[in-house]
Design a protein around this ligand. Structure first.
Ligand code: COS
Length: 387
């Protein structure tokens, strides 16, 4: 059950207000201290942001994908670290349980994830398995009614804050069919975290390695209760995540465009506003047109996503989600680059927001599948068409 339109519009305007009144003023503090303040995290929980995508029966808000994208677009209007705090609960951490979990797993975990009481991360990537996710090496060896997990995960978003992980490990032979998805509590003996990663941007976003040495996890924690299904669960989760990130990219492009227009309106050179020069207008115009195109694409793909049965794999929709991720994240890269250009020398100075947004958006083209992986997904699907 999704929210009715009127209630949804109220939620959307609360998020818009929250972004403008609470998050935007805290951007400099996040940049300086590399931390999202705890009182803001509490307010985000209160607003229901951690449970946007989780159905009401589990204590969430139960947005459709199209509605979730609209909220993600609003959250994209500020430093991306804020969204990231709730991002894995909304998306890649929780959705595997929601799509493929047993009724017991859903009722045990989803309410705590929806409220934000439990932070859940998604652990797929490893030092030798990034784009080639099916090559992951973390082993899960059966031992009575448990599995012993040994291996290392890399660049895991929210790992330093996580209470649990949706974690992919190999229970069977090589390739995708040998992978299972586990729910792994963070506080188990043998599970340790690496040092927080130092990143190019997105200060306040927390990532680190997760290392496991014979971590004992009950077999009952395999998502869906059946081994060998974890790769498909991960891919379905990523389809949804890719769409969510496309909406975030559009929101951030809109913010960068606003910053650029404001600068072009007040900065004077050669006796007039720089925005009155056609070469500056051309940059703004290109950004506006590309943003509109990307946002229309994201909304249309989100509707296709909502039209298929929840949790089912429709390769055409997966292909469309990859199109949205590729187009919107590449678009915001260009918009950020023009944003810096419109600001001239000031665009290279940290006190102007475009400098940090330029660094922040660079990650969007990398995580949850690089642009080249999206091209592969799209190309592979096109080659299956019977023309
Ligand atoms: N939903 C459900 N199932 C999917 C799927 C999807 N979106 N995509 C693929 N599958 C299934 C396939 O149907 C196939 O099942 P069968 O064996 O029953 O036919 C199985 O998964 C293996 O698929 P495929 O052969 O296409 O897997 P590949 O090893 O070629 O990998 C890519 C496909 C490259 C697309 C995948 O590894 C990928 O997305 N890599 C990027 C990982 C990523 O985004 N990492 C970021 C980490 S999270 S920040």
């Amino acid at each position: 059950m999704s929210l009715d339109q009127e209630t949804f519009q109220l939620l959307k305007s609360s998020v818009q207000r929250f972004v403008q009144e609470r998050l935007v003023p805290a951007e400099d503090s996040v940049e300086e201290h590399d931390e999202v303040p705890e009182d803001i995290v509490s307010d985000m929980k209160e607003l229901g942001l951690f449970g946007l995508s989780i159905p009401e029966e589990y204590g969430g808000i139960g947005l459709t994908m199209a509605q979730e994208c609209e909220v993600a677009y609003e959250l994209g209007h500020t430093a991306l670290a804020f969204r990231s705090v709730a991002g894995t609960n909304i998306g890649i951490g929780s959705q595997g349980i929601l799509m493929d979990g047993t009724p017991e797993q859903k009722s045990e975990y989803l309410p705590r994830i929806a409220s934000g009481e439990m932070i859940i991360s998604f652990a797929l990537t490893e030092p030798d398995a990034g784009s080639d996710a099916a090559a992951l090496k973390t082993r899960a060896v059966a031992d009575g009614s448990d599995y012993l997990l040994t291996g290392g995960k890399r660049f895991i978003t929210n790992a330093p804050r996580a209470d649990a992980f949706t974690l992919m490990a190999r229970t069977g032979g090589p390739g995708a069919g040998g992978i299972s998805a586990f729910i792994v509590p963070a506080k188990l003996p043998g599970l340790t975290l690496g040092k927080p990663d130092k990143k190019m941007g997105q200060r306040g976003t927390k990532t680190c390695d997760v290392n496991m040495d014979e971590v004992r996890v009950p077999a009952a924690n395999i998502i869906g209760g059946e081994p060998g299904k974890g790769f498909k669960t991960a891919m379905k989760v990523l389809d949804r995540g890719r769409l969510h990130l496309s909406a975030v990219a559009c929101g951030m492009a809109s913010r960068i465009l606003q910053e650029s227009i404001a600068y072009a309106q007040q900065r004077k050179q050669f006796g007039q506003r720089i925005g009155d020069f056609q070469l500056v207008q051309a940059m703004l115009a290109d950004s506006q047109a590309e943003l509109l195109a990307a946002w229309a694409l994201v909304q249309s793909v989100a509707q296709s996503y909502d039209a298929k049965p929840f949790g089912a794999h429709d390769p055409e929709v997966s292909m469309q989600a990859s199109c949205a991720k590729m187009f919107a994240t590449e678009m915001v890269g260009r918009v950020a680059d023009r944003g810096v250009q419109v600001h001239g020398g000031s665009g290279y100075i940290n006190e102007y927001k475009v400098e940090r947004f330029y660094r922040d958006v660079r990650l969007l083209r990398l995580y949850e599948g690089t642009t080249q992986i999206q091209q592969m997904v799209i190309g592979k699907q096109l080659m299956k068409r019977d023309i």
